[in-house]
Design a protein around this ligand. Structure first.
Ligand code: SER
Length: 333
């Protein structure tokens, strides 16, 4: 059984995930049921002109409350966040947007009696102390980034609002997200997107992590499926509420480079780790997501090969075909 989301607001709708989530929700629920909110103003962007759109800074609690009230919102998706790498450059900003922003969303939702709040947590909640392979949901959390600290606190705050006020808060721990529509901004896992762009545009990519760096990753269609599924899931079956691991695939940077090279044989690459290596090293290789599978039917669809093929096909189209890639005849090694 799935639940209807009623009137929906997506906060952070201009971002990598928010833009595609909004598009999916507009298609599924109808444009009149979905309000997008963020700070971008470019009228050429589909997100701004393709349906209801409001300018919002999630740190402004008064504006947030006025908008939720104006539209009679039942379900809030909060995607506004400063990711891990940018967050290490400016920890104060990451604290404010991620922590104060999350608090504002929860508090205003409580005040207005919103039905539910859905927000992503992240693999960044984990620190190097946890078992790196098939990391369980319930482990000791001591993240090494401000982003991770705010995500742990967001999980705990969400659980607190659920237990104390009965606010229906749902959170999933997303891995690195690969997509071609909106470029990610400021994450450690961005190399897994940038490698595709540079493979097609320059024929070469310099990874900012070591070749052996292995992280959990997910293709955007699975990410959207996970967010919509947890939002629509029968609340009675959700025991953990705010700390579900969601796994999909995992691969090393070298494995990704080799997978791209099968489609783009002249693609070359090298590895020059920078400050983001330490963040990547502090995160797990893979996740145990059995609870998400049991409680709300989580099931990813894309593996590495399917992801690489689909990414290159769509990115080549987006980049106007001005690239050297034969999608129908990948080189198998
Ligand atoms: N993609 C995020 C980052 O790299 C992790 O959740 O910061």
């Amino acid at each position: 059984m799935t639940e209807d989301l009623g009137k929906i607001m997506v906060i952070g709708a201009c971002g990598q995930i928010g833009s595609e989530l909004t598009e999916t929700l507009r298609d599924k629920y109808g444009g009149e049921r979905v309000v997008a909110a963020d700070k971008c103003t470019d009228p050429d962007r589909e997100i701004v002109s393709g349906g209801a759109y409001e300018i919002l800074d999630v740190m402004n609690r008064g504006d947030l409350k006025a908008l939720l009230d104006k539209y009679g919102v039942d379900t809030v998706f909060n995607l506004a966040a400063i990711l891990s790498a940018k967050g290490e450059r400016d920890p104060q900003l990451a604290f404010n947007v991620n922590m104060v922003g999350t608090y504002n969303v929860l508090e205003v939702s409580r005040e207005l009696d919103v039905d539910r709040v859905v927000t992503p947590s992240s693999i960044a909640v984990f620190g190097p102390e946890v078992p790196p392979k098939e990391t369980p949901d319930q482990v000791y959390l001591r993240p090494r980034s401000m982003y991770g600290v705010t995500k742990v606190a967001g999980e705990l705050l969400g659980y607190y609002y659920w237990k104390k006020y009965g606010l229906d808060v749902r959170e999933i721990r997303l891995p690195g997200i690969i997509s071609y529509k909106t470029y990610p901004g400021g994450g450690t896992t961005d190399y897994a997107v940038a490698a595709f762009y540079d493979a097609l545009k320059k024929g070469h990519y310099e990874f900012f992590v070591e070749e052996g760096t292995r992280l959990p990753m997910m293709y955007m269609p699975d990410c959207i499926k996970a967010l919509v599924s947890i939002a629509e899931a029968d609340g009675g079956g959700l025991t953990e509420r705010t700390n579900y691991n969601v796994g999909s695939m995992n691969f090393s940077a070298l494995e990704l480079a080799e997978a791209i090279q099968k489609f783009v044989p002249e693609f070359t690459y090298d590895f020059s780790p920078d400050y983001r290596q330490e963040l990547a090293d502090s995160w797990p290789d893979s996740l145990d997501d059995s609870l998400a599978r049991e409680e709300w039917g989580w099931q990813p669809e894309y593996d590495l090969r399917a992801t690489v093929g689909d990414m290159l096909e769509n990115l080549a189209r987006k980049l106007d075909g001005d690239v050297n890639v034969d999608l129908k005849d990948p080189v198998h090694s």
